[in-house]
Design a protein around this ligand. Sequence first.
Ligand code: ACO
Length: 329
Amino acid sequence: MTSRAARAGVTALGAYAPPKVITNSDLEKVLDTSDEWIRTRTGIRKRHVAADNEFTSDLAVRSVEDLVARHGEGALDGVEFVIVATNTPDALFPATAALVQDHFGLKAGAFDLLAACPGWIYALSVAKAYVESGQYRKVLTIGAEALTKVLDWEDRSTAVLFGDGAGASVVEAVPEPYGLKSIVLGVDGGGAHHLHKRATGCCLPNGEPLSDTLYMNGREVFKFAVRVMHTSTVEAVEKAELSNSDISLLVPHQANSRIIEAARELLGLSQERVVVTVDEYGNNSTASIPLALKHALDEGRVEAGDHLLLVSFGAGLTWGASVLTWGGA
Ligand code: ACO
C-alpha cells in the first residue's frame, strides 16, 4: 500500500515594512486629494515607503531576518529553494531571489516569480508542489515589493494607493491535519490593459502602449476584484472539502477596504473573521497577505488548526486563493 505524500504547510513566517511613513495628510500637500477621499474610497490612512537606497531585495532580506528572529536561528537550516514573488525586482536579471540566497548563504536554487499581487500565493503553490513531489524539502517563499518606486507621484488615482514591504515564509512537510489544503490560481490576460508597467516591451497585444509608471484602470480592476475574490474563495473552500463556516479567518489582499468588505459579505463571514491592515500599509502587492497574517498572529487571532482563507488579485489580470490550515511546525 502506498501512503499519501506528506502535505506541505507554512511552518514559519516573518514580515517587514520600512519605517518611513507617508500619511494621507502628507499627500494632501502635494496632490489634489484629501484624507477624507482616500479613507472613504480605500480605507488607507498611511503607507510605508522604502528609502531611496532601499530596494526589493533589502525588504526581502529584512522579512527573512524577522522570520529568523521569530522562529530561531535554525529556521533557515535545510532550505533548498528560494522563491521571491515580486513585480518590482531590483533588476530584470539576476533574480532578486539570487540576492537573497547569497545574503543568507543558502545552498539552494532560486528564482523570481511574477504573478502580480497574488504572487505570494503562486509562490506557495510552487513550494507546495516541490515539497509534496519530494523535489525539495524546504522552500523559502517571499513576497517583496518596492512599488512606490514605479509610481507616478503626480497621478492621484494611483499614487495614494500603494506602499512597500515584504513577507517571508518557510514551506515544508507538516503532519495531518495541517497545511495547504487547496490552491486556486487563474489569469485573464484579456484584462492586461487594465493594469501595467513597461519593462522591455513597447505595447500590449491590443496596441496600447505600455506605461513607464504603474497604470491602472481602477474602476475595472475594482469590478474584477470583487468578482474573483468571491469565485476563487468559494472554489478554494470547496476544494479543501470545507464550508464557509469552517473558515476561522479570511486573510485577503489588502488593496481596498471596500473590496475586502464585499468579499466578506459575499462569503457571509462576520467582521471579526477578516484581517484588515490596508489602513496601515496601503497596497503592497505580494507582501500584503504575509504582512496581514503576521499582524493576525501577533494579535493572537490565529491558533494551530485554524483554517485560513487567503485570496488575492492583480495585474494580468490574475487571482489566487488558498485554504491554509495553520500549524504543524
Ligand atoms: N483623490 C481625490 N479624487 C480622486 C483621487 C484621489 N486620490 N483619485 C481619483 N479621484 C477622483 C477621480 O478623478 C474621479 O473624479 P470624476 O468623477 O470627476 O472623474 C472620482 O474621484 C471617482 O473616481 P473613481 O475611479 O470612480 O473612484 P473609485 O470609487 O472607483 O475609487 C479606486 C478608485 C480607489 C482606485 C478603486 O477603483 C479601486 O480601489 N480599484 C481597485 C484597485 C486595486 O485594487 N488594485 C489592485 C491591484 S494592484 C497590482 O496588481 C499591482
